[in-house]
Ligand binder design. Structure first.
Ligand code: FPP
Ligand code: MG
Length: 305
């Protein structure tokens, strides 16, 4: 069977994703327009779309159908975007710039930014729910089971046992030095969990078995660590224009990071090691989409933004 290579170009995935996200938030009535505008503002702010691309490519490599992958990839990007809006709020990191533009609360005000985040988080599950209703209505019980696994995993990774827990630890770590164990827990929760969701949802929707799902989970965890270490490195060595946000913020806020604990050189080595471990766990992904997933993972450790 010749593989459908339509989605091998990341620009093709991004373009479908962004078209769908645009349509999904091109809504509102005379009274609540601002809410939809605020949601749309951050969703369409030019993120790299790493997580949805990983979901689509992983799923395709394991034999899933593109149309069945996109709603879940979109839900994940909504959850990621909500987390950034809330992370930038005055009560959290109080940042003015993200992705090269003013942060959501700077444009729409704090209360509207809180609601834009709430809206995106909830809407993500509405989108998954709709896809599941369609599968149920079409009598596609096998697909419905796969979707149930995917959505349950997504909620787990995003919620109080996942990303939210990491953010709590981050807040609790303010103003004190934390050790490597706590830092690692925090970063795995804040950053790895959604990357695990990206890979694992692709696997679930393709009907992958428990061993494959386990490999995808482990790969996501390692990838997140490598990604976060590189983030910490870029906060020291990066270019503000390229990054779209100020550098030197960790040092200014006296935050413990992989760079402050390891030093630059060891941090770099750890990022390379974590990337290699992620790649080893992704080796089973077949075909050109499998290769595309691994190439993307490799490129993240050298990223400049
Ligand atoms: C950058 O992603 C973002 C991260 C590495 C994750 C940071 C985690 C948080 C801020 C957790 C917040 C959690 C709550 C509950 C508020 P990216 O480089 O892919 O960003 P992009 O989409 O802008 O490219
Ligand atoms: Mg933060």
């Amino acid at each position: 069977m010749a593989m459908n290579e339509e989605w091998l170009d990341p620009a093709a995935v991004k373009s479908r994703l962004e078209k769908d996200l645009q349509e999904l938030t091109d809504k509102g009535n005379a009274y609540d327009k601002k809410q939809w505008q605020a949601m749309n503002y951050s969703l369409m702010a030019g993120g790299k779309r790493i997580r949805p691309v990983l979901t689509v490519w992983t799923g395709l490599s394991l034999g899933a159908d593109a149309d069945e992958l996109f709603p879940f990839a979109e839900a994940l990007e909504m959850i990621h975007t909500y987390s950034l809006i809330h992370d930038d709020l005055p009560a959290m990191d109080n940042d003015d710039y993200r992705r090269g533009r003013l942060t959501n609360h700077k444009v729409f005000g704090e209360a509207a930014a809180i609601l834009a985040g709430d809206g995106l988080l909830t809407y993500a599950f509405e989108v998954c729910g709709q896809a599941m209703e369609e599968a149920a209505a079409g009598g596609q019980t096998e697909l419905l089971k796969r979707q149930a696994r995917a959505v349950s995993f997504l909620a787990q990774m995003a919620g109080p046992s996942g990303m939210v827990s990491g953010q709590m630890v981050d807040l609790e770590s303010e103003g004190r030095t934390i050790g490597l164990d706590e830092l690692t827990y925090m970063e795995i929760s804040k950053t790895s969990r959604l990357l695990e969701a990206a890979l694992v949802m692709g696997g679930c929707l393709a009907g992958a078995g428990p061993e494959q799902i386990q490999s995808l989970e482990e790969a996501g965890e390692k990838l997140g660590l490598a990604f976060q270490i590189q983030d910490d490195i870029l906060d020291v060595t990066g270019d503000e224009k390229e990054l779209g946000k100020p550098t030197g913020s960790d040092e200014k806020e006296k935050k413990s990071t992989f760079v402050s604990l390891y030093g630059l050189e060891k941090a770099r080595k750890e990022a390379v090691k974590d990337t290699e471990e992620a790649l080893a766990r992704l080796a089973f992904l077949e075909g050109s989409y499998g290769r595309a997933v691994r190439d993307l993972v490799k490129s993240l450790v050298d990223r400049r933004k």
